[in-house]
Design a protein around this ligand. Structure first.
Ligand code: FAD
Length: 289
């Protein structure tokens, strides 16, 4: 089944994310976390693609396991910046052979020191979207950035390039994490005005430790609002309290989004089934509405 068909249903959908292990040694642990997340009955589980493409086989393997053994829809991420066009085509064909129908098409970060663009690579996600379309009847998702992508000085460029990407064949968008819902509402207004009409899943990251917050900020360049910083300041040195506060903050964000007309939410669950379970418990009655 295609994710877009599910997102178009008139009910609330919550999806989760797992990331593959960097080495084969960590595989069982990730599989165990995935199995536990699947038991929460999410609308789908996405599987990230390691920067550099090194975990490509594991992404496909986990996405296949989610679909075939756990009976949950899976979304395989695919990046193109750090692989040649031939390598990327090989991954797409492998996904098709495994019966994976849903791909999140991403450029990925440009590896440090790499001369880019080069002739043998796709330069932007929209080129990858066009390529995937040539390889089969996939449902294709892509990324978007409510606070703007770090490489763009002007938000107007961001929206213009996003429109180009969506027009190349994107079925739905998932946002970069954000911690202030007003930024998301403003973003939605601007992209709808620009004629981007596909479903947009806000990406919510439950931050449960100070270390995780620092890493998230480095990766995404996101703005942490004063309300979140106060919470971190007060509870950051108490792991259990910080976990509880971070889960409450993410739950609060989700409830606000759902109250304001958003139907589909993606949770960056980061291989943490306990965190995912506690959020689902907080939403148990809400998601039935
Ligand atoms: P693009 O859409 O290609 O955009 C990249 C930059 O180029 C942007 O600044 C854009 O505005 C600009 N641009 C686009 N088109 C043009 C054009 N025609 N001319 C000039 N400039 C243009 N990374 C991973 O390594 N693995 C993952 O699994 C992964 N999953 C992610 C999931 C989500 C939901 C998100 C939000 C991000 C994810 N990332 C992942 C990170 C992502 O790969 C990086 O943010 C990357 O820098 C941009 O990827 P993109 O697909 O958004 O690129």
């Amino acid at each position: 089944m295609k994710i877009i068909d599910r997102l178009n249903e008139d009910r609330i959908h919550i999806s989760f994310e797992v990331f593959p292990p960097k080495t084969d040694a960590g595989f069982d642990k990730v599989m165990d976390a995935t199995d536990r997340i699947a038991k929460l009955n999410p609308s789908y589980i996405s599987v990230t693609y390691g920067a550099g493409g090194g975990t490509s086989k594991n992404t496909a393997r986990i996405a296949s396991h989610i679909k075939d053994d756990l009976g949950v829809l899976s979304l395989a991420h695919l990046t193109c910046a750090s692989s040649t066009k031939e390598e990327v085509r090989g991954v797409i064909d492998n996904l098709r052979q495994l019966g994976i129908e849903n791909i999140l098409a991403l450029r990925g970060d440009i590896p440090e020191g790499m001369a880019f663009p080069t002739e043998d690579r796709f330069h932007y996600a929209w080129e990858l979207v066009e390529e995937i379309r040539k390889h089969g009847d996939f449902c294709i998702g892509a990324a978007c950035y409510p606070e703007g992508h770090v490489e763009n000085d002007h938000k107007a460029d961001d929206i213009r390039y996003l429109k180009q990407k969506v027009d190349s064949g994107v079925d739905f968008l998932t946002t970069q994490m954000f911690f202030d819902n007003d930024i998301h509402y403003n973003f939605l207004y601007r992209i709808r005005e620009a004629g981007i009409t596909v479903p947009v899943l806000p990406g919510i990251m439950p931050i449960t430790s100070a270390v995780q917050m620092k890493r998230s900020q480095e990766l995404s360049g996101t703005v942490f609002p004063r309300r979140f910083l106060a919470l971190l300041d007060r509870f950051g040195s108490y792991p259990e309290a910080m976990m509880q506060a971070g889960i409450a903050y993410a739950t609060d964000q989700i409830i606000d989004l759902l109250s304001n007309g958003v139907k589909n939410i993606h949770i960056y669950s980061m291989n943490k089934p306990d965190v995912a379970a506690r959020i689902m418990q907080n939403l148990s009655e809400i998601i039935k509405c």
